[in-house]
Write a protein that binds this ligand. Sequence first.
Ligand SMILES: [Zn+2]
Length: 230
Amino acid sequence: MTAIDSFLEKSAGYVLASFQSRDAFLAAISGAVRAVTDVQSQTGWLFLLTSLFIGLIIYVVERRTGSAGPVSIAKFLFPREIYLHRSAIVDYKFVAIDLTIKLVVYTPLITGFSMLVYRAATASFAGLSLPAPLVGMLSGTIAVPILAVVAADFGAFLAHYLMHRIPFLWYFHEVHHSAEVLTPVTVYRTHPVNSLVNAVVAAFISGIGAAFTPRPPGARSICQRCSGST
Ligand SMILES: [Zn+2]
């Protein structure tokens, strides 16, 4: 079996992982709750509460200066013409698409693909070694999560950059920039191909980043569970 055949076979396995059993499917779908409970989520409770707090401050200031007019606090924070706008209603439909396709297919794919890239990069660059002082610096308990965040953020930047620069990708990405009004869930207004490009680029950059992150003494891999055969 060629490397490409092996890669395609494993990728297909990752795509279908959530459909292997009822429990696997329910576990994948239950991740939708994390859209609100996860503080890293762009619709997480902390993000929403912070936005609400900022909105309250603006309301108080505008009422004092008279620029808000005689509007109630509920109508100021949740204007009907915005939240029931046809553009916002399209966004609500995107939420359903995004939370199902992404959780059931993309999350297992990105995790598996990231591991494949990590193992390929580790094997390819096995002969390379960083200078000892650099290894000491990079393998610190603070440096490793910082490197992981920088790699993930760079992956997000690169995917976004490519989608703006490559006409074929822009065709899918322009959906994200077509909103007529903005609400907290407009962030989910992404074409499934857009989300797939994000996932693949993020997995690729994270895999490369993990391969270059020095392992603590005695550790087999940065991810013991992932260092098996798949
Ligand atoms: Zn953009």
